[in-house]
Design a protein around this ligand. Structure first.
Ligand code: NDP
Length: 348
């Protein structure tokens, strides 16, 4: 029996975000009722309009400040599952606490509200990140769910505001996820739900959240847009810089499977399509034929592939394949084509 099934009601925090709005969409398409939280009324308008055909199966509530005690007390009432995605993802904070505080307090806050008022809640899913898993390395490494990013926490403790921007973000995700598991451990006698954590790498894919212009895109898609259409990386960087990635639509699917699969409870899951170099996306952009060649960087075609190309970081996704059924992922070619078509439609 699934842990949760349609037509149950699911709370999605930060519903206006790049990833969350796809989670909302997939939940509604599958027959779930969805309550999304956003920070202000102005951020609710686009969601209300996009999902208007779902009538009262879709609602949006305002949670102004996720760091305030009891912020989610009302929002959790009557829901059967929670997908907690709201958390800052950017590299612009001087003070690491600007990221750490909302990440940690937002996570423990929603869990505390679920404990107190979520009498119907059976499953809570937290959107963590590989940021909470990886340790920067100079040797090719395949990380598993057993790995934790202790280095980012150390960087922030030792360097504070002077810590590298990536360490500040990674510390926020690591501390938030640790706080979630600690919460469950401390309250295991009194909670009626279990926890699932998803740890995705870089997320790309078509944008359906409210983005008035390219300068307002979320962090991961800004990197994608600026690399493919603004020539933000030189040839050497295209061929050597990369990471791992997942399409936002696959990640949304993982969020659905994470509430449904009974056996997923109590686990964290790495979900990743695999490693890439930016040149791979550039090559796919040329193949896609959406923009003229002259609008795209060329780099050195094929330089991102081949036996001599080193991918430093990779993730073992076998647990997600086994317990969630995440065994197929959208390809670089498909994701690139769909993103470029989306950009073009927007006149970007
Ligand atoms: P977005 O920036 O598009 O969405 C973030 C969401 O969190 C928005 O709803 C935003 O609200 C909310 N949020 C951010 N800061 C705060 C805050 N201080 N208080 C309350 N709400 C806040 O990012 P993504 O969709 O890309 O990210 C969603 C989640 O996925 C995050 O937890 C992120 O760490 C994680 N993730 C993202 C990856 C990626 O590549 N995109 C990779 C791995 C994990 P508002 O719009 O009001 O700011």
């Amino acid at each position: 029996m699934p842990a949760v099934a349609p037509p149950s009601k699911v709370l999605v925090t930060g519903a206006n975000g790049f990833i969350a709005i796809w989670v909302v969409r997939r939940l509604l398409e599958k027959g779930y009722a969805v309550r999304g939280t956003v920070r202000s009324e102005s951020k609710a308008a686009h969601l209300r309009q996009l999902f208007s055909s779902y009538g009262d199966k879709h609602e949006v509530v305002i949670v102004e400040d996720i760091t305030k005690e009891g912020a989610f007390d009302e929002a959790v009432k009557g829901v059967d599952a929670i997908e907690h995605t709201a958390s800052p993802f950017h590299f612009n904070s001087e003070d690491p606490n600007d990221l750490i505080e909302p990440a940690v307090k937002g996570t423990t806050g929603v869990l505390q509200s679920a404990l107190k008022y979520g009498s119907n809640v059976k499953r809570v899913v937290v959107t963590s990140s590989v940021a909470a898993v990886l340790t920067p390395t100079t040797n090719p490494t395949v990380f598993t769910e057993k790995d934790w990013n202790q280095q980012a926490i150390k960087d922030v403790e030792e360097m504070g505001k002077a810590a590298p921007p990536a360490s500040k973000y990674r510390a926020s995700k690591t501390l938030a996820e640790k706080a979630a598991w600690d919460f469950v451990d401390k309250n295991k006698g009194s909670i009626g739900w279990d926890l699932v954590v998803l740890n995705p790498p870089y997320v790309f894919g078509p944008i359906i959240h409210d983005v008035p212009g390219p300068d307002k895109i979320n962090t991961s898609m800004a990197d994608f847009y600026n690399t493919l259409l603004k020539g933000a990386k030189d040839d050497k960087t295209l061929a050597t810089l990369g990471s791992c990635w997942i399409d936002v639509r696959d990640l949304a699917l993982a969020h659905i499977l994470a509430i449904e699969k009974q056996e997923a409870g109590g686990n964290r899951f790495l979900v990743s399509q695999g490693p890439f170099k930016w040149q791979d996306f550039v090559d796919a952009a040329h193949e896609a034929g959406v923009y003229p060649e002259s609008a795209l960087p060329k780099g050195v075609p094929g330089a991102g592939k081949g036996p001599d190309v080193t991918h430093l970081l990779n993730y073992d996704t076998s647990k997600a394949a086994k317990l969630l059924g995440m065994d197929k992922y959208i390809s670089i070619e498909q994701c690139t084509k769909d993103c470029l078509e989306d950009f073009k439609k927007r006149g970007w």
